[in-house]
Design a protein around this ligand. Structure first.
Ligand code: GLU
Length: 228
């Protein structure tokens, strides 16, 4: 199964939303979709420098979230979150857990890619780990126009990724078969999670109000900056 979640915070919400709390509650909500490993990636600003930071461990979300206090800035603007139900690749090998890092791309995936071995053989990408999801982020890293090539992936996928070249941009895509829902706050932030009930549960616990929730339809790509 696996759970994915995250957010892109608008300028209007920047000081209203405690993003670290939101990240924790999103992770705790999606924990029921996978307990083999938990991970997070977020954009961080240090003066003029922007970067993508990430953390992952082979433990369930309720054991992981405490570490965010020391790691994730309270006013993080962009984050992606993952709870893993492993289908391929041992969770004890951290490279198999999400976020998966391939070059500039830091990504999370819910679903199963069935032609990953074929793509690795044909494209001759150097494989970092064993997890099927790595094929998605190798494809994105090695493409000038990645969205136009996502059709090469076979299987089920809801995907989110950050790119270290543009750390504040959230990329979201859904192929077929894995669910994905986005919500909007009154001030224009976007919050996403695998399912509608889990999204509602998390925002309620984090005291964030959504004014709309929408299903991301299959074969859709969204590029999100400051919630838009
Ligand atoms: N196939 C991926 C993995 O093993 C995603 C798992 C899932 O969504 O169930 O990590």
């Amino acid at each position: 199964m696996c759970g994915i979640a995250g957010f892109s915070i608008s300028r209007g919400d920047h000081r209203n939303v405690n993003c670290r709390q939101l990240a924790k509650h999103l992770l705790l909500s999606i924990q029921e979709r996978g307990e083999d490993a938990t991970g997070a990636a977020w954009s961080e600003t240090d003066g003029d420098d922007k970067s993508v930071m990430f953390a992952k461990l082979d433990i369930p979300a309720d054991e992981f979230v405490g570490s965010l206090n020391d790691l994730m800035p309270r006013y993080t603007r962009t984050a992606i979150l993952h709870t893993r139900w492993a289908t391929k690749g041992d969770p004890e090998e951290l490279g198999n857990n999400h976020p998966i890092v391939v070059g500039d791309i830091v990504g999370i995936h819910n679903g199963v890619i069935t032609n990953d071995d074929y793509l690795f053989a044909v494209e001759k990408w150097g494989r970092i780990a064993e997890v099927d999801s790595e094929a998605i982020f190798q494809l994105i890293e090695h493409s000038k126009d990645p969205v136009s090539r996502l059709h090469r992936l076979e299987g089920r996928a809801a995907i989110a990724w950050l790119d270290t070249k543009e750390p504040d941009t959230l990329h979201l895509a859904r192929l077929d078969g894995s669910p994905l829902y986005i919500g909007a706050t009154e001030h224009g932030s976007l919050v996403f999670a695998s399912t509608h009930p889990l999204l509602e549960e998390a925002v309620k616990a984090a005291k964030v109000k959504l004014v709309t929730v929408t299903e991301v339809k299959p074969f859709t790509y969204l590029k999100v900056q400051a919630g838009r």
